[in-house]
Design a protein around this ligand. Sequence first.
Ligand code: HEC
Ligand code: HEC
Length: 248
Amino acid sequence: MKRNILLLIIFAIASLLIILRFIITYPNYTPVWKGREVAFKYGCFNCHGFEGQGNIENPGYRYRQIPSWQGETAMMFILSEDELKEWILYGKPKRLQNLELGGVIKMPAYEKIISEKELSDLISYLKAVMGLIKIDNDSAKIGYEIAKKSGCFGCHGPYGMGGMPNKGSFKGYIPGWDGKDFKDLVRDENELKEWISDGKIKRFEKNPIADRFLKKQIVKMPAYKSILSEDEINYLISYIKWLRKENF
Ligand code: HEC
Ligand code: HEC
């Protein structure tokens, strides 16, 4: 009898631990991350290249290749957020309805199959990947350019808004800087500096569980201290603060 009760208690504790682990490691995907998944699901990358990088030929098309989502193309094809929506819903915005550029591959109309939530996440993603988000702070703007040339966005997502998958990491992805996970990883400005300079923080190294995940994750945060000056790191911090609306 006593043995049964003991077993029951052990079973209850084990279940609780499993549930707790599930809650703690439950991923908080940002809109930009979700938008990328929507783009993948609806085959946008088939024609526009991964992350809209382009380089897909379209025989007979005026501009030879299907327009990319990066560089100058957005300015030519899209004047407003409404037009971006119209491209997705109708295959072309109203303004360009009579413009025929040829090409065997045509932009589909998604009006009948895309949900409102999916469209909203997709727009968040497209605005980030197309560079349409305006930065209204001078130091943050410099920080953004430093992040771009330092390769940060390859891992943390466009504008640092979403991250990429990371096998073996705590939640399965590299967190964006605008997400809910940020506060668990960065308590204050010193820790933010530590992450960028050393690629890790002392608080996690001292914690056996966090340390295990830091070492186990397949893609690791690089240490930038030999590459970036203190000023450059401060500009990066201004940018991250701007992105989070100073919410530390
Ligand atoms: C079958 C290939 C194909 C698929 C799939 C496709 N597109 Fe397109 N898309 C095109 C082509 C071709 C154009 C250029 C059309 C033109 O010039 O009339 C275009 C144009 C665009 C444009 C305007 C030009 C630019 O690149 O800025 C946007 C934005 C766009 N597509 C977004 C999307 C999104 C979002 C999806 C997925 C929901 C998607 N496309 C799926 C072929 C495709
Ligand atoms: C090769 C991929 C990679 C690159 C490039 C990279 N990081 Fe990271 N970054 C990571 C990983 C992995 C973590 C750890 C996340 C964890 O332990 O959950 C991380 C963590 C961080 C954190 C902790 C908080 C958070 O929410 O992400 C910050 C801040 C950060 N990186 C900033 C930067 C900056 C700034 C740059 C460019 C100067 C950069 N990273 C470049 C992979 C990268």
